[in-house]
Design a protein around this ligand. Sequence first.
Ligand code: GLN
Length: 489
Amino acid sequence: MDSQTIHYLTIHEAHDLLRRREVSARELMEATLTRVSETEERVRSYVSLTEELALRQADEADRRLTNGDNFSPLTGVPGAIKDVICTDGFRTTCSSRMLENFVPPYNAHVMEQLLSAGLVMVGKTNMDEFAMGSSTENSAFFPTHNPWDLDRVPGGSSGGSAAAVAAGEAVYALGSDTGGSIRQPAALCGIVGLKPTYGRVSRYGLVAFASSLDQIGPMTRDVTDAALVLNAIAGHDPRDSTSAPIETPDFTAGLTGDIKGLRLGVPKEYFVEGMDANVRRTVETAVRKLEELGATVDWDVSLPSTPHALACYYIIAPSEASANLARYDGVKYGFSYQEGEGMWDNMEKTRQFGFGDEVKRRIMLGTYALSAGYYDAYYLKAQKVRTLIRREFDAAFERYDALVTAVTPTTAFKLGEKTQDPLQMYLSDVCTIPVNIAGLPAISLPCGFVDGLPVGLQVIGKPFDEATVLRVAHAYEQATDWHTARPSL
Ligand code: GLN
């Protein structure tokens, strides 16, 4: 097998080779580490590599595969984990100075699930600090670069995970998505990213940003792989009170390539002002492809509250973040400033030096929105808008099986281009945020290129209907070959 082939295997391709013992998990992991050593200097996807652990896990996977029992489609396949997900005994930083040396004493639920499925962990991936951002430039350590153009951002906040998969530094990765952080970087890096329905995947052990919006999900090279990873991580977990007590179907079961008769809607509000005309054209061409494949498409759907989603999110998410991040006081864990004048001063300086600018901005916004006298005007109002947005989706889903939209208004932007203007940065997520507000499942998948940079197509589904989302995405993928394009690194 040539090196390009081995670095760009999908999970299901790797699994076939592993099961037939044509390649061992150790060989696969060693090839991955070689790739990492060749590309990492330029891409910088990883905050920490876990080579030793990975090789041990690979050997264990080989034992399972050789014995022929107790293996899953993920056994022995190299995966990367966003550094917001707790890994027992391994540093989990959230790309923040605050948690730079934090070693969790337990695994997140998704880690337990992946480890029992046979995960071989390459490392922990870079991100915007505490998942706040759209470019991975808010990492306290270093920015990650887009494998398609190293002068550009990979998106964020799961930019490290997206870049690792796009650069062949891992077969798949986990990301987290509060307002778009799986789908937006997936789109900008030309891979598949799935945000499951809120409640589908346990948040136990996911460092909290905005608890009513956060969800963990797969970032992969194709749609089948996304279904395979979702199979492994979904399921009820009593340790997360918002985890839904419902069955996990086999998400690969509906991947037939057949979408005849499916009713799709294109909400016009998603073609926002300022959207790049070529991105728009690319997305429209992709929707026409779905039409050709036999879906009926209504091009004139309206979800009138959509333009308020961004404002609503930037009240709700910072409010929840301000509460969640109150725990970083220098006492319980993480960075602790000790040279101040007493307890209050130490606490203040811990937060002053431990958090970056964007995190502080969100804490201030959230604290303000929740304060007495402003609570009703901001937070309560935002919750009402949230209800309106959710109701409009509910009404639309009485008529359509899924909605299709763009993922981002533009392709990957240049590093530094938006760092001075938070509002411009926030606009990167206009098409993804409403989905989190309503708690729905949505996927981003490659649907073309503009000037050599990837463009993503978003498919949004009914609550807990990831199956239809995956089915539409898979049918499109079968009929096109965008997902097979690789950056020339
Ligand atoms: N970019 C959005 C934000 O900065 C979404 C981030 C996310 O989904 N974690 O809040």
